[in-house]
Design a protein around this ligand. Structure first.
Ligand SMILES: Cc1ncc(COP(=O)(O)O)c(C=O)c1O
Length: 412
């Protein structure tokens, strides 16, 4: 491993995690690593109690129905959660409205519902600054619109969508509003009841400061979801079919208890630091990054002129250089980790006209980055832009000047 790696790929996964998270996971697995909910001995009950307490804690964290914590269900990650909720809500003939900002973890399950199950889907474009206009959602609603799915914070351009307005529209029309909070949970406050959000889908390994392999859904009480998988639940084993009651309706097999422990410790860390404080610090660093990049000739930035309602995720390109080459140079020459390409969100790049040229270079600042990291990133990009400029200047051929009096002879 590179000792001095500057990690600016926090949108992929936040890394490192707080020390307290590593310690708690280790201690929990060593001392309580038994299967919860499957047996009645003391240790199994104790391990299970963390699961029950985390359901309550996260329901409160997301502003869900605190009297129904069983509707906070765990999955492997947000992709898994979305693959439970999308087919669990949509039936043949239903229409879903979503956006060009979505990750493939929404696009693909939605497209499968369209191709394989007779559903209809509308993908709404974002405006020039990277935002969805709630009015476009209103105009897109059809009599058979059942669900609206919105990515709260773009993993490509970092813009944060106006959930409250969209939620209000959905509530008035009885449409289920699902939010993909992969990039925002733990960094932007989310309150389901105040924002009229019906379903939050979350992943544990980003700003919630948990581990990989844990995510889930928080589902309001009035939302009906069909179960789409079946298996062991640890209770009522005699039942021949999967249980209808939550959380079992949407949980299958042994839970990731080390992941549960990580999320518990992640919540402790967030309580200590304050979600808004972590975000404010990241945005301070992001604004320095944007300012520095804006001053470099040949650098193109996307949707970050104004960092209001924005995450610390910045998309850019260096004129005339393939984004993947920029990523390789940043890594090889400057020890900087970024993510290049289409970022699993092809429609964003399509709308920005970047697919043909290989997408973009994404910097994503995290809680543990420093001002020095950002300065190094700016220097690295400046070096690459200078090199690209010199390369272009060298490759410009001098065109021979032809005297006007000299007739040009072209042979047949
Ligand atoms: C907006 C968004 N949705 C979904 C995902 C998928 O997350 P996971 O791989 O944890 O399921 C990501 C991951 O980057 C994301 O940024």
């Amino acid at each position: 491993m590179k000792q001095n790696l500057i990690y600016l790929d926090n949108a992929a996964t936040v890394w490192p995690k707080p020390e307290s998270v590593y310690r708690f996971m280790d201690q929990f697995y060593r001392t309580q690593g038994v299967n919860p909910g499957r047996s009645g001995y003391d240790l199994a009950v104790k391990a299970g109690s963390l699961l029950v307490r985390l359901r309550k804690r996260l329901t409160k964290f997301f502003g869900g129905d605190e009297d129904a914590p069983e509707r906070l269900v765990f999955s492997y990650n947000v992709t898994d959660a979305l693959n439970l909720i999308i087919p669990g809500l949509l039936a043949p003939g239903d229409h879903v409205i979503t956006t060009n900002l979505e990750h493939n973890s929404v696009i693909r399950p939605v497209n499968h519902m369209v191709r394989d199950h007779g559903c209809e889907a509308t993908y709404l474009p974002f405006d020039a600054a990277g935002f969805i206009d709630p009015d476009d959602i209103r105009k897109g609603i059809r009599p058979n619109t059942k669900v609206v799915i919105v990515n709260h914070g773009s993993n490509v351009i970092g813009t944060v969508q106006p959930l409250k307005e969209i939620g209000c529209l959905c509530r008035e029309r009885g449409i289920v509003f699902v939010v993909d909070t992969a990039q925002t949970a733990g960094i932007i406050p989310i309150h389901m009841r105040e924002m009229n959000i019906d379903v939050v889908a979350f992943t544990g390994h980003k700003a919630l400061m948990g581990s990989m392999g844990i995510g889930g859904l928080c589902i309001r009480k009035h939302v009906e979801v069909r179960q789409v998988r079946a298996g062991g639940t640890g209770v009522r084993s005699v039942e021949p079919h999967h249980l209808e009651e939550y959380p079992w309706r949407l949980e299958f097999g042994t839970p990731n208890m080390v992941g549960v422990a990580s999320l518990w410790a992640g919540q402790d860390w967030l309580d200590e630091q304050g979600v808004e404080r972590v975000h404010a610090r990241e945005m301070w660093l992001a604004s320095r990054l944007v300012k520095g990049l804006q001053e470099i000739d040949g650098v193109q930035l996307y949707c970050c002129d104004n960092l209001q309602n924005h995450l610390s995720t910045v998309l850019m390109n260096v004129s005339g250089v393939d984004p993947s080459a920029v990523g390789t140079m940043l890594d090889a020459d400057h020890d900087i980790a970024t993510r290049t390409g289409l970022h699993c969100a092809p429609l964003v790049h399509q709308q920005l006209g970047l697919v043909e040229s290989g997408g973009g270079v994404r910097f994503s600042v995290g809680a543990f980055n420093t001002e020095e990291d950002v300065e190094a990133a700016i220097r690295g990009v400046a070096d690459i832009a200078r090199w690209a400029h010199e390369r272009r200047a060298r490759s410009v051929h001098k065109i021979p000047v032809i005297e006007e009096s000299e007739p040009v002879q072209i042979s047949a």
